[in-house]
Design a protein around this ligand. Structure first.
Ligand SMILES: NC(=O)c1ccc[n+]([C@@H]2O[C@H](COP(=O)([O-])OP(=O)(O)OC[C@H]3O[C@@H](n4cnc5c(N)ncnc54)[C@H](O)[C@@H]3O)[C@@H](O)[C@H]2O)c1
Ligand SMILES: O=P(O)(O)OC[C@H](O)CO
Length: 320
């Protein structure tokens, strides 16, 4: 089975390194100059400095490399996924597509699995999600993530090929639940970072994580997911990691909001657009998503952190 990773950011590079331990893999990036540099130096100095690319990784910017793969891992940011699929529709047709991005498309409110189905209907697809920082995966620290695929036999094949001795993949057929867990944990991480950054304390963070988890589970169940998925790696697991580590870009954006500092707009922070997309969708559907609503307001500068927290605390008292 020929495997390629599309997108040589932090995660795509880390996945290629991990998968190359058990077989050859192609790492595809769109920029020919960057590809040549990566191939020569064998290091992604910009996105993943210090991690060496093993010889079993072929670096390419040739679109034919996409067409030659049986399985393609899509490691581009969520808001870029549709454009990537549209640009390479011909090469991607018939491939098994594994979305590795976490988020909701701002324009449509769709998750990665829906965007793939929209652009390339009928493509076999899966989702790779769950708690795992690119650097940890690249340097071979023990990591467990979720491979979600509605087609159970295909899920088993992908689980087997993409796992390694240090990256342990668990299988699920609940693609909706896995996608929503991965998308929404980033929103809660922004809220947690904001609380810590503003000096509101660890108790506030614990409250946000727990009520965030309730919000994620409620929404996912309403969309047909199994609530148990949200208690697994792709939900609770990733929520814990992202809400407690300064390695997380979503958490760091929250910290800077709480501290009143600026944040580099070039950094990939999926939770910002996802909060806005989910807030609109929740309002339209009449879903109650208070944490998502305040994060959307924070990233749009409609509220500051003290106002956001006052808003959450002044809601009517309820049963847990
Ligand atoms: N970094 C992590 O630890 C990590 C872990 C798990 C999941 N993810 C998810 O992986 C996705 C990508 O994150 P990342 O950390 O690799 O981001 P990144 O910012 O490091 O890299 C994104 C890469 O995508 C490329 N790209 C953007 N648009 C493209 C296009 N149209 N065609 C081809 N390439 C394009 C960029 O050039 C860049 O190299 C996100 O959804 C993120 O949530 C990241
Ligand atoms: O850096 P973040 O916030 O995008 O988080 C990376 C991964 O999603 C953690 O599982």
């Amino acid at each position: 089975m020929k495997v390629a990773v599309a997108g040589a950011g932090a995660f795509g590079t880390a996945l290629a390194i991990s998968i190359s331990a058990t077989g050859p893999v192609t790492l595809w990036l769109r920029d020919a100059g960057e590809a040549e540099k990566l191939d020569t130096t064998r290091e992604n100095a910009r996105r993943l400095p210090g991690a060496r690319l093993p010889d079993s990784i072929t670096v390419s910017s040739d679109a034919r490399a996409l067409a030659e793969a049986d399985v393609l891992l899509l490691a581009v940011p969520m808001q870029k996924l549709r454009g990537f699929l549209q640009d390479h529709r011909a090469q991607l047709a018939g491939r098994t597509l594994v979305a590795c991005c976490k988020g909701i498309e701002l324009e449509t409110g769709q998750g990665p699995q829906d965007v793939i189905a929209d652009v390339l209907p009928g493509s076999p697809l899966a989702l790779l999600t769950g708690p795992g920082f690119a650097r940890d995966i690249a340097i071979g620290l023990p990591t467990a993530m979720t491979l979600a695929c509605a087609d159970a036999p295909l899920g088993e094949v992908l689980q087997e090929r993409l796992s390694s001795v240090t990256l342990r993949l668990y299988r699920s057929t609940d693609v909706t639940g896995a996608a929503l867990g991965g998308a929404l944990k980033n929103v809660v991480a922004i809220a947690c970072g904001a609380a810590i950054g503003a000096g509101l304390g660890e108790s506030a963070r614990a409250a946000l994580m727990t009520r965030g988890n309730a919000e994620m589970t409620r929404l996912a169940a309403r969309r047909g997911a199994d609530p148990a998925t949200l208690s697994g790696l792709s939900g609770f697991g990733d929520l814990v990691l992202t809400c407690t580590s300064e390695q997380s870009r979503n958490y760091r954006l929250g910290l800077s909001l709480g501290q009143g500092d600026g944040f580099d707009p070039a950094v990939t922070v999926e939770g910002a657009a996802t909060a806005r997309a989910m807030d609109s969708a929740a309002r339209a559907a009449g879903d109650d998503m208070p944490i998502t609503a305040v994060v959307a307001a924070l990233v749009e500068n409609r509220l500051d952190v003290p106002q956001a927290m006052r808003h959450l605390l002044s809601r009517s008292l309820k049963e847990e």
